[in-house]
Each structure stands twice: as structure tokens, then as C-alpha cells.
Design a binder for this molecule. Structure first.
Ligand code: SF4
Length: 488
């Protein structure tokens, strides 16, 4: 999971990129980067939060008419500064690129690029692979001639043909314009907007979440379809091209956890989908005959679902867990020990709201169980009589190969355990998981677009891009163990 923003048409894009990155800091807290172009490239990137990497004094000299920004959550790559995005190449044109997602056939493409000796790779970051496949294709298509949008389209088609996995991409070509494209499955979100700046000048932007554009005052004009590409020339001419037929499978976990509730993804309101998850889960609690005195959300992502559950069940809703907002999201913290420590720092219980009561905690998902175990223990210590845990997502049991570093198979608490065994491990009276069909239906109910199905591979093991075999899964797991150690 990463976040990006790209702009064209303003004389001072860097402050806007910086502010946009703050709006999507939740999508990655590991590294940040900005590149701007004003005839030369100006690139700043480093490890840490946006506010740490871009002090105002360091940003003063960065100007340009086009710029990109990125926040990183590490997937493939060691997570060092060399893997921070955006990336730049200089042949056949000056090209900058950033993305959200993960290249599933990374190892094969990397060795092919190196074997042919045409490309030098500086990192283990997978956007560098997409960038080089794209640049190679552009060079071949141009054959020494000038750039054109036809050539751009053909290069994106080559990326679609060669690169498997999930990737929403933005970038710019020096002297030509800003571009964006999405993989044919549309797994990761992207949106496109415009606003009128000073003197009536139109400024265009692409971003990985709608909240970024809304925060910056853009009107969302289009949500690129899976397999679609956009090119915005420096003179403001915009081209939309359906390069590859769409096979739409948006990531359902965006709705469960990643995206901000005030975002809309492919016309689906994240908040409304979360409410739908709550209603479906309430019906399941009723079917199971579970009785509790109070519904308590585990902040933040589960709040809309918990509110709807309380309403549907007609049970009191209490915000008995209070979050210290200055501690990062535990899911994206490397290492179980760090996660367990940070839960205690992050959450505190209002004892008066749980003391002597049967408490139904509602969390977005249960991955390793580290956070849930600690939370349940804290609620019991505060005097709860009984603690049930409801998860708005089904059991997570398969690794994500599309950009979410959610664990290796042996770390998943639900893998090879019954729901009763998971409850026992977590110290809960019972664990109530959302059914997969209900989860997907919550998105379908809200979809303003044709939504046959979603990516739900981390729950079902059905990878929509196909060809994810045991070897590919092992490679992903080895990368994860290399980057954050075997801390299960
Ligand atoms: S495997 Fe899960 S987290 Fe990964 S893209 Fe699919 S739904 Fe999203």
C-alpha cells in the first residue's frame, strides 16, 4: 500500500504535492519523495514521514510545472532510502514515475532487464521495473523519432502485457506532459481531477485516493478504468485511452482498512461500504445468538461498521477505546514486538464504559492477532465481564502479492485454526468473522459501476491476475522475512 499524487499546470506544484501527501500519509509512513520538473529534474526523497523528509527550508528551491509525490509502505525492496519513490530515467526521454501496488512477476522481469544489459537498476523497488519496461517500450516504439500519444499508448500496452500484478501509476515525461495508467484488473485505486487556478489556468491532478484531490480543491472528473491510460500535455490537452480490456477486480481490503472513510473508490463511498459491512455482521451476530451489553469499535477503520452494528442490534454504542493519534498505524509497523508495544501506547480504555459489561469489540480485521490479543486483555483488565470480537473482514489466511505486506502464511492467526481456536488464542469468548460473500456484497451494494467481483485473494486464495503459484508465494514471503525478520 502506497500513496501518490501527480500535478501539471501550476507554477508552484511542490507545496500542493506536499499538502496532498499529508492527506494520504495513512497509506505509507516509511518513506516519502517528491520530484518536480522545470527544465531539469529536482528530486527529494528519504525515509520517514512527509513532515520529516520535506522540511520547508529544504523545499524552497524546488520548483516546476509538473511534479509527483509519493508516500511508501514497503512491499518489495529492503525499505532503505534507495527504494523510496519517485524514480527517474533519462532514456529515451526524461521520465519520472511513482506507483501504488506490487509487481507479482518482479523476479522474472528484473532478471530479464538485467540479462539484456539495456538497463541498470538502482534499487529493489518494483516501480523501477515498471519504469524500465515502459522506457524500453517507448524507445522501441519511437525508434529515434519524436514522442507522441500513440507511442505512449503502445508503451502502456507493452507494460500491461509484460507486468503482472497490481499497479496504479503516475509519471511525467520531460517537456511533454503528465501521465497515469492502471493495470487491467484495476486492483488499486486512482482518480483524476482538475481545478481552475489563478488567471483561469486549468491544473490537472491524479492521485491514489479521492480525499487528496478534494482536500486540495480539485473536482474529480474521472476515475480511470482498469486498463486505461491518461496523458495530459503541457498545453492542457487531455487524452483518455482504454489500452487493454478491463477485468475489474478492485482490492476489497481498501474498503476494510486502508482507505480513508472520506474517500470514494471507483464511485464507491468507503464509509458507506463500511456501514454495509456492519449491517451484514450484525445479522451474523444475531444468527449466532450472541448477546452483549455494549458495542465498542477498535479505532479507527471499524467505527462506521460498529455504529451500524449497534443501530441494527439496538445495543448501546460506546467509544470506550481511545486512540493516541500520534502513534502510527500498527498494521503497517514492522515486527510483532513493535506492534504489541505500540498497541499499549496507542489505545487506552475508558473503564466506566466496559466495567461489569459484556463487550462486543468490532475491529476491521484480524491478521496476526497481536493487536487484538492486547486490546482484549486491556478491556478485561478494565473490568469487562465478557469480551467478544467481531471482525468486519473474513479470516486472513493468504499473503497479498499486490502490495500489502500483511504477513507470511505461518504468521496468520486464522490459518489452520478454527474460529474457536482463534478466540482461545486471543482470549475472547468468541470471534465472529464476516462471511466473504457478505463482504463483497457490501461493496456491490454501493457500487456505481459494474462490479462482478473484487480481489479477495488474502481471504480466499483466488488471485485475480492468475499464475500466482507456490514459487511466487515463497518469493514474496522470503522478501517479507528479509525485510522485517521472522517475528511470528
Ligand atoms: S490480496 Fe487482499 S489486500 Fe491484496 S489486493 Fe487482494 S484484497 Fe487487497
Amino acid at each position: 500500500m502506497c500513496g501518490f499524487i501527480g500535478l501539471i499546470g501550476t507554477d508552484a506544484p511542490v507545496q500542493e504535492i506536499h499538502d496532498g501527501l499529508l492527506a494520504i500519509q495513512h497509506r505509507g509512513q516509511d518513506a516519502a519523495g517528491i520530484v518536480a520538473y522545470d527544465g531539469s529534474f529536482h528530486l527529494r526523497k528519504g525515509e520517514g514521514l512527509v513532515r520529516d523528509v520535506f522540511e520547508p527550508s529544504r523545499m524552497r528551491d524546488v520548483r516546476g510545472s509538473m511534479a509527483l509525490g509519493h508516500v511508501r509502505y514497503p512491499t518489495i525492496g529492503s525499505g532503505g532510502e534507495e527504494d523510496a519513490q519517485p524514480f527517474v530515467v533519462t532514456h529515451p526521454f526524461g521520465i519520472a514515475m511513482a506507483h501504488n501496488g506490487n509487481v507479482a512477476n518482479y523476479a522474472g522481469l528484473r532478471s530479464r532487464l538485467l540479462r539484456h544489459g539495456r538497463r541498470h537498476l538502482l534499487s529493489r523497488c518494483d516501480v523501477e521495473i515498471i519504469l524500465n519496461v515502459f522506457a524500453d517500450a517507448l524507445a522501441r516504439q519511437c525508434a529515434g523519432g519524436p514522442f507522441s500519444t500513440e507511442v505512449f499508448r503502445a508503451a502502456v500496452a507493452e507494460v500491461h502485457a509484460q507486468v503482472e500484478g497490481a499497479y496504479s501509476v503516475t509519471g511525467f515525461i520531460a517537456g511533454e506532459g503528465l501521465f497515469a495508467f492502471r493495470d487491467p484488473h484495476g486492483i488499486k485505486p486512482i482518480c483524476f481531477g482538475r481545478r481552475v487556478g489563478e488567471g483561469g489556468k486549468v491544473i490537472y491532478a491524479v492521485a491514489s485516493e479521492s480525499v487528496v484531490l478534494e482536500t486540495l480543491g480539485y473536482e474529480i472528473e474521472h476515475r480511470p478504468h482498469p486498463g486505461e491510460a491518461i496523458f495530459i500535455r503541457q498545453n492542457g490537452e487531455v487524452t483518455f485511452e482504454q489500452v487493454t480490456p478491463p477485468r475489474f477486480r478492485p482490492c476489497i481490503f481498501e474498503f476494510v482498512y486502508f482507505a480513508r472513510p472520506d474517500s470514494t473508490i471507483d464511485s464507491m463511498s468507503v464509509y458507506r461500504v463500511r456501514e454495509g459491512m456492519g449491517r451484514a455482521l450484525a445479522r451474523k451476530v444475531q444468527r449466532l445468538g450472541i448477546e452483549a451489553d455494549v458495542v465498542v469499535p477498535v479505532p479507527e477503520s471499524a467505527r462506521p461498521a460498529a455504529l451500524e452494528m449497534a443501530r441494527e442490534l439496538d445495543w448501546p454504542f460506546r467509544e470506550a477505546l481511545v486512540k493516541n493519534r500520534y502513534v502510527g498505524r500498527t498494521f503497517i509497523m514492522p515486527g510483532n514486538e513493535a506492534r504489541a508495544r505500540s498497541v499499549r501506547h496507542k489505545l487506552n480504555v475508558i473503564a466506566s464504559e466496559v466495567e461489569g459489561r459484556s463487550v462486543l469489540l468490532v475491529d476491521d480485521s484480524i491478521v496476526r492477532g497481536t493487536t487484538s490479543r492486547q486490546t482484549i486483555e486491556m478491556v478485561r483488565e478494565a473490568g469487562a465481564k465478557r469480551v467478544y470480537l467481531a471482525s468486519t473482514a473474513p479470516p486472513v489466511a493468504h499473503p497479498c502479492v499486490y502490495g500489502i505486506d500483511m504477513s507470511t502464511r505461518k504468521e496468520f492467526i486464522a490459518r489452520d485454526r478454527s474460529h474457536e481456536q482463534v478466540a482461545e488464542q486471543l482470549g475472547a469468548e468468541a470471534v465472529i468473522y464476516q462471511d466473504l460473500e457478505d463482504l463483497v456484497e457490501s461493496a456491490r451494494e454501493e457500487a456505481g459501476v459494474a462490479l462482478e467481483d473484487t480481489c479477495h485473494a488474502c481471504f480466499s486464495g483466488h488471485y485475480p491476475t492468475g499464475r500466482i503459484d507456490a514459487k511466487a508465494l515463497l518469493e514474496v514471503e522470503e522478501e517479507r522475512l528479509d525485510s522485517h525478520g521472522d517475528d511470528s
